[in-house]
Write a protein that binds this ligand. Structure first.
Ligand SMILES: [Zn+2]
Length: 304
């Protein structure tokens, strides 16, 4: 198995629980990339698809809960990137839009919103709210959606993908040259590495590694973006507005300053959010060799 970011061989790292329909405690192998720090779950894409189809965040019964937890967070997120847009009503693509909550936030502020969601009941739910949501990027392109988007978001999507490269290449084509790519991943990396290093943990329960297929560190994320001709313009560790259990809020409050003080080297925060722009708007996707070194030189503004 090869690293999806650099293409080199991976080494065995640990095992971890995974949830499949009817099998709540499947044991999966976790592999490690010595170059870009990615932790990769050895699992067929079909099993990831099966898992996501029954996960809590694709269950319509949980929609009110997620709305309550995230409605203010999405306003926080909107305020993070709005400074990059001077014109009213840019086009927004939400890849993996789930219940369409973030699309609604942007629509209410005058944005032209489009979604992609592979889970059929979620698409139907969005459609009932008047949101345009396609099953895939192919379906979007077949519908003649040719005007590029000003903002594309991948919120809790990227870490599910065994191979993120085809999607990243497609999104680069769909993004305007001056557009913004927003990626949010649940941060499973820091805690996993800490438990492994300090407590010699060789097996990780679901609560630690979650359902990540590829676990991203700051370095892994920078490398992937650089491979596809993006540079990070802003990086966020703190996530405002989330309404969660007190222990998660406390964990966020304690880990965000640590992350900020260490420049992201000790990244234990629940999430990592990056905003990226195209490096070379006119030259297309850069080669991996050429941009791997460029990834080292990104001068992102960092925030706690
Ligand atoms: Zn790698």
């Amino acid at each position: 198995m090869l690293c999806p970011v650099r293409g080199n061989d991976l080494t065995p790292y640990a095992t971890a629980d995974y949830y499949l329909p009817g099998s709540p405690h499947v044991i999966t192998n976790i592999l490690c990339c010595q170059h870009c720090e990615a932790l990769v779950r050895a699992i067929p894409p079909q099993q990831v698809h099966d898992h996501c189809s029954v996960a809590s965040y694709t269950n319509l019964a949980n929609e009110p809960l997620y709305r309550r937890q995230r409605d203010k967070y999405f306003i926080f997120l909107f305020n993070v990137f709005r400074k990059y847009f001077t014109k009213q009503g840019p086009r927004y693509l939400d890849f993996g839009c789930s219940y369409g909550h973030f699309m609604e936030v942007l629509r209410s502020r005058g944005w032209n919103v489009t979604g992609v969601e592979f889970v059929a009941p979620l698409r139907e739910y969005c459609a009932a709210k008047g949101l345009v949501v396609f099953e895939s990027l192919e379906a979007l392109e077949n519908a003649g959606e040719e005007e590029p988007f000003g903002l594309i978001a991948l919120i809790d999507v990227l870490y599910h993908l065994s191979d993120p490269n085809p999607l990243m290449a497609s999104l680069r084509k769909l993004l305007r040259d001056d557009g913004v790519l927003l990626i949010r991943v649940t941060n499973r990396y820091g805690l996993t590495r800490l438990l492994k290093r300090v407590f010699r943990r060789s097996h990780f329960r679901y609560q630690v590694l979650g359902d990540a297929t590829v676990t991203y560190s700051k370095k892994t994320m920078d490398r992937l973006l650089a491979n596809h001709g993006f540079t990070v313009v802003e990086r966020r560790y703190w996530e405002g507005g989330k309404r969660e259990e007190w222990k998660f809020t406390l964990f966020s409050l304690l880990t965000a300053p640590l992350c900020w003080i260490t420049g992201g080297r000790v990244m234990l925060t629940p999430g990592l959010t990056v905003l990226a722009k195209k490096v070379r708007p006119q030259t297309g996707v850069a080669s991996r060799e050429r941009t791997a070194s460029a990834g080292e030189g990104t001068s992102a503004r960092e925030h706690p």
